[in-house]
Design a protein around this ligand. Structure first.
Ligand code: RUB
Length: 316
């Protein structure tokens, strides 16, 4: 029941839904921290009551945004390690698993960064879309390895996450040029790589990422520019192994047209899908902490991680 939810869970859920906290990795880390806050503050008197509280917290977090599978994967990671016959034992198991999960996220990101960096040569130019911490980890590792890079950064309408990427890349010492989304093909001739992240990766190697990724990938293929997706294995979507599709979030139309613009255009429909699906044939490599994969082999990695049933893949 919602009265038992810790305020930190409600705050985390609101921050994720409003995109105050956004990006698949940050969403997963925030969910884990919120579950820990719930466990630490719990005054449940029985193990059953404790588990019920945790489940309610997990549900509240889960309902915020549907597309990034890192969120349910984070919850699964913690739930499968919640064990004990007493409330203190259960509480301790949640503290341990959420902390281990956060450490795992960071480690995976820096490990995949080192893999992705191997693709980048000194003097290369990348093109980015949206803001992905997994993608930025590849650039960071390349820069640490002494490579000088340039970037065309797509602003990424309607939320302009490209601004976050532009600042982050500039702080790494990358030479940044911010462009409007529709200028992407114009500048692809000058790019050596398209480098993006992912919210979910399906068993067939399809990449679900910020709306506009698929168009960018098609244009990149036409221009002969390789498309690299940086995505730790927490982005692999287990249900797609059994034929389920990934739900694409639709957001408020006011992200696209504010009240003033609405007054100008009148009563026409406005659509605002947040993500799209890039088919595997437009993706050259998926870079994970377990190495680089062609999208067609991701299914093998997923079967290894998830097994026949939905076995939890993140056993240390
Ligand atoms: C964010 C987005 C990012 C992925 C990967 O969309 O599409 O590319 O989440 O990010 P939104 P990361 O801004 O709508 O959340 O690599 O940081 O997990």
């Amino acid at each position: 029941d919602s009265q038992d939810l810790h305020p930190a869970v409600e705050t985390a859920a609101e921050d994720i839904a409003s995109m105050e906290i956004r990006g698949a990795a940050a969403i997963a880390a925030t969910a884990a921290a919120a579950l820990r806050a719930q466990a630490e503050a719990s005054d449940a008197e029985t193990p059953e009551a404790f588990r019920a509280e945790l489940l309610a917290a997990a549900r509240r977090l889960r309902e915020t945004r549907p597309t990034a599978v890192s969120l349910p994967n984070a919850i699964r990671y913690v739930a499968s390690r919640t064990e004990g016959d007493s409330v203190p034992a259960l509480r301790e198991s949640v503290v341990v698993s959420t902390t281990a999960f956060e450490a795992r996220l960071e480690r995976a990101q820096s490990e995949l960064g080192r893999v992705g960096a191997n693709r980048l040569q000194n003097g290369d130019t990348i093109m980015t879309h949206c803001h992905s911490t997994d993608a930025l980890a590849c650039v960071e590792a390349a820069v640490e390895g002494g490579k000088e890079l340039s970037a065309f950064v797509k602003e990424t309408r309607p939320r302009q996450q490209g601004h976050i990427t532009a600042r982050a890349l500039a702080e790494l010492g990358v030479s940044v040029t911010l462009i409007v989304d529709s200028a992407a093909r114009h500048y692809l001739d000058e790019a050596d790589h398209v480098l993006v992240g992912a919210d979910s990766i399906a068993a067939d190697g399809s990449v679900i990422n910020k709306i506009g990724t698929s168009g960018l990938a098609v244009n990149a293929r036409e221009r002969g520019v390789p498309v690299v997706v940086a995505a730790q294995t927490i982005k692999l979507h287990p249900e797609t192994l059994t034929g389920h599709t990934v739900e694409i979030e639709t957001r408020d139309e006011r992200e696209v047209v504010d009240d003033e613009a609405r007054a100008g255009i009148g009563d026409v429909a406005v659509a605002n899908p947040a993500f799209d699906v890039t088919p595997p044939r437009y993706v050259d490599a998926i870079v994970t902490e377990s190495g680089q994969f062609p999208p067609e082999s991701v299914v093998t990695l997923m079967r290894e991680l998830f097994g026949e049933e939905h076995r939890d893949p993140w056993l240390d």
